[in-house]
Design a protein. Structure first.
Length: 345
């Protein structure tokens, strides 16, 4: 059974049959369902992908290059929401999603990546080697998410204004000892307290710099010097990596322990809440905590997390629409929302 034979059998055009498999948005749901059901009955599995790729020069594959391992990215709430948004758009337009980890050596990347029609690059890369290798493969569209990548369009959320707003909210109640827990702020690995010996990553490489700038702006308005605020760094946004650093903070003597923690992610903040509760530290009476991301877990537990909510799913949709040419390939800045929870009322 060929595409032409199936079209003749159904009394539709060959373009309609092709669209049913490759561009479902071009057909009514009823017509597409009828074509697919009849194709299944007659044993037709769809247009040959290899032949189509040779004929059109397009594979209908979009690769997403993730800063982290695939295991981490699929478990992480923010990354999985982004991937969900990307997949939603690609599914609707008959494209396939290919996941790559920026932590892979370029020689380990599957060969299918070389025929991808475009690349979405997400997050701070431990090494730019893979991205540079993919860029050198040809003039294919690239969209960066949450960091800047040369002249390629980038999608960000309003990190600096958002962190200014949440810090401004937190500082309405005076704090004696403020701590900031960053996420991947230092040039070299540091899972602990940041000292003068640590060089910080430039603003274009990490969203943490923009978030930190927002915190510092709010502190300056209260005549609080950033130099008086102790900072820590977290290397990976997981409970296992966060916990030792936060345990070190919470185990300080009460006279040294922060009574306000401004955290760069909800995972960091939620880990702090859990460990504080285990130690009998009352939230928010003894310690107030803020996060960033707005993941569901933070809103379903008690005390409910005070945080900044970003729409990671919409960020993924936008990246996919841009890579498919459905949106202008230009820098975009998405807005966020302050959620006033119970950890910092």
């Amino acid at each position: 059974m060929t595409l032409k034979e199936l079209a003749a059998e159904l009394g539709v055009s060959t373009a309609s049959v092709s669209n049913a498999f490759n561009r479902p948005d071009q057909l009514s749901p009823a017509l597409r369902e009828r074509i697919l059901e009849e194709a299944k009955r007659l044993g037709y599995r769809g247009p040959d992908a290899k032949a189509r790729s040779l004929r059109t020069g397009r594979s209908r594959i979009i690769a997403v290059v993730l800063a982290e391992t695939l295991t981490y990215s699929l478990k992480d709430a923010v990354a999985s929401e982004l991937l969900s948004g990307i997949a939603e758009v690609l599914d609707a337009h008959g494209h396939t999603l290919l996941l790559l980890s920026g932590r892979q050596d370029a020689s380990q990347v599957p060969g299918s990546s070389s025929i991808a029609d475009g690349f979405i690059v997400y997050g701070l890369m431990a090494s730019m080697a893979l991205v540079e290798e993919l860029q050198s493969a040809g003039h294919k569209p690239i969209v960066a998410v949450d960091f800047d990548l040369g002249d390629h369009p980038a999608i960000h959320v309003d990190d600096e204004p958002a962190c200014y707003a949440i810090a401004q909210h937190a500082l309405k109640t005076p704090a004696s000892r403020i701590g900031i827990v960053n996420l991947r702020l230092t040039e070299t690995a540091c899972n602990g307290r940041i000292t003068e010996a640590h060089a910080l990553l430039p603003a274009g490489r990490t969203i943490t710099r923009s978030r930190l700038a927002g915190f510092h702006r709010a502190l300056a308005e209260r005549d609080i010097s950033p130099d008086s605020v102790t900072m820590w760094n977290i290397e990976e946004n997981t409970y296992e990596v966060c916990a030792p650093v936060l345990a070190e903070i919470l185990d300080l003597p009460p006279s040294e322990r922060p009574d306000l923690l401004l955290c760069m992610s909800d995972r960091i903040a939620l880990t702090a809440v859990t460990l504080a509760e285990q130690r009998g530290i009352r939230i928010p009476e003894d310690l107030r905590i803020t996060g960033f991301d707005g993941i569901e877990e933070g809103q379903y537990r008690s005390p409910r997390l005070t945080t900044v909510q970003q729409d990671s799913t919409e960020k993924g949709r936008l990246a996919a629409r841009m890579i498919l040419g459905l949106e202008p390939a230009s820098p975009r800045l998405l807005t966020t929302r302050l959620i006033q929870g119970e950890t910092c009322p």
